[in-house]
Design a protein around this ligand. Structure first.
Ligand code: ADP
Ligand code: MG
Length: 447
């Protein structure tokens, strides 16, 4: 169940130990089995087991796996010769070979532009990021990306770094989180030579990427240092990129001059992706992982995970891991069961019939009209609203909704999108929908 994650983690660890002997030990690990919360690995001798443990590899696998999984996973390693009849236990080496350029040590290899889905929710930020990567220091300096947790700020920032690193190997790209920058600064306080080295390190770069600058709030000493670093770089047209979890004007306990520096270039925000973008992100991720998951399962995930891209990915990871375990494609029912946490707090599924009836009553037409084929506006519009409400309140796949109306799922997606757009542009629509939805909830509470 955790084999795919394990491969990803070991692949990453192989890269970071490639110079030393560590890689040799990592090659001695193989996958035996796993179950909820437990991963059993094997290696061929006591010597290897001890090495893997003393080099901290087992602990590292455990930590990384637990982090990605979202809950703790215990890793056991036993001494056992690998069964040659089970080649599937091997951990795939995903390395592409010797001649591909080395990756930047501080940047995630998979955080690239090509792995980033661009849509209306992030296009300004993404396009500016790509322009910057082509000509660092020329436009949009500083560039600030802001938005809520798990919406792709770090991904875009790494993509800028990765792209510059590839295009301009001579340029010095430095990525640091605000927290690490602060800790490094504190560690050298009062030590002149070390402080000088710290200043040189950050003032001598071509591209400085500082992630999560909201961390600087209330930390005056380091703000002062950052201010000076900023000026030194800015004066000589070095590219500076920041990310922040909110618009800088909303930051507290930050000097005004620092705030104005943060805002002085281009500020671009990342918003929540809409349904279709969520689908595109999931599909991209599946093709990258080389796994196939049914569309209706992806729709179920996209529909129910509306909080962040990170949550979207973790739901997908659970399904991929499960499909790995059962060695079959996951059906919609199984997915619903595996991801029951997504729908657990929602109210009981409201029936499609009741929703259609409520919408028909509100618009003073018949349920038959809504289910029927008439395309006049006074019927087609309530029909689209009905599809929207069914999707909003119920737990039906796009196909299931479409079937009720004798339409395919793309018609349903279009209808939902249209209603969502209208809600944004027409302030009188939302109260109407709320009223219909409330009438359904009232009725279901009464029994
Ligand atoms: P943030 O830094 O805003 O908290 P991250 O950059 O860490 O968020 O993104 C969380 C996860 O979502 C990452 O795995 C990232 O690859 C993924 N992600 C976010 N936005 C997109 C997107 N538009 N396309 C593809 N993946 C995305
Ligand atoms: Mg981040």
């Amino acid at each position: 169940m955790y084999k795919l994650l394990l491969e990803e983690i070991i692949g990453k660890m192989r890269k970071s130990v490639s110079q030393g002997e560590g890689g040799m030990y990592l090659d001695q690990v193989y996958y035996i089995s796993s179950d909820e919360g437990i991963l059993n690995l094997g290696t061929s001798s006591k010597f290897f087991k001890e090495k893997l443990e003393s080099l901290g590899f087992i602990k590292k696998i455990e930590d990384e796996l637990s982090e990605r999984n979202g809950s703790a996973i215990k890793v056991n390693i036993e001494i056992k010769k690998q069964d040659p009849s089970k080649p599937e236990q091997n951990i795939q080496k995903r390395d592409k070979g010797g001649d591909s350029p080395k990756n930047h040590p501080d940047l995630k290899e998979e955080f690239t532009f090509s792995n980033f889905v661009i849509s209306t929710n992030n296009e300004l930020a993404a396009n500016a990021a790509m322009a910057i990567a082509k000509a660092p220091g020329k436009f949009y300096n500083p560039f600030l990306i802001y938005g809520g947790v798990g919406l792709g700020k770090t991904h875009l920032m790494h993509a800028i770094g990765n792209d510059i690193y590839r295009r301009f190997p001579e340029k010095k790209v430095v990525y640091v989180t605000a927290e690490k920058f602060t800790n490094e600064f504190i560690a050298v306080l009062g030590q002149k030579p070390k402080m000088a080295a710290f200043k040189n390190k950050y003032r001598g770069v071509d591209v400085l990427l500082i992630d999560d600058i909201h961390f600087f709030q209330g930390k005056e000493g380091v703000q002062e240092e950052l201010f000076n670093t900023f000026n030194a770089l800015y004066e000589v047209n070095r590219q500076i990129v920041f990310t922040c979890d909110r618009h800088p004007s909303e930051l507290k306990n930050l000097t005004e001059r620092m705030k104005s520096r943060f805002m002085s270039g281009l500020n671009a925000d990342l918003k929540l992706p809409d349904f279709e973008t969520r689908m595109a992100i999931l599909k991209k991720k599946c093709s990258r992982l080389n796994v196939s998951i049914k569309d209706e399962v992806l729709e179920f995930i996209s529909k129910n995970v509306t909080t962040s891209v990170r949550d979207l990915e973790s739901a997908l990871t659970k399904i991929v891991a499960y499909s790995d375990l059962i060695r079959r494609e996951v059906t919609l029912d199984v997915a619903k069961e595996q991801l029951s946490y997504l729908t657990a707090t929602k109210q009981e599924n409201v029936s499609i019939d009741r929703i259609i009836k409520a919408v028909a009553e509100y618009f003073n037409i018949s349920s038959g009209d809504i289910r029927g084929r008439k395309r006049t506006k006074n019927i087609a519009w309530p029909r689209q609203i009905a599809m929207y409400i069914i999707n909003h309140l119920g737990e039906y796949s796009m196909n299931e909704i479409g079937n009720e109306f004798g339409k395919d799922h793309t018609t349903v997606i279009y209808a939902i999108q249209k209603v969502e757009d209208s809600i944004k542009s027409n302030p009188t629509l939302e109260p109407v929908i709320q009223k219909i939805e409330a009438s359904l909830k009232d009725a279901s509470e009464k029994g």
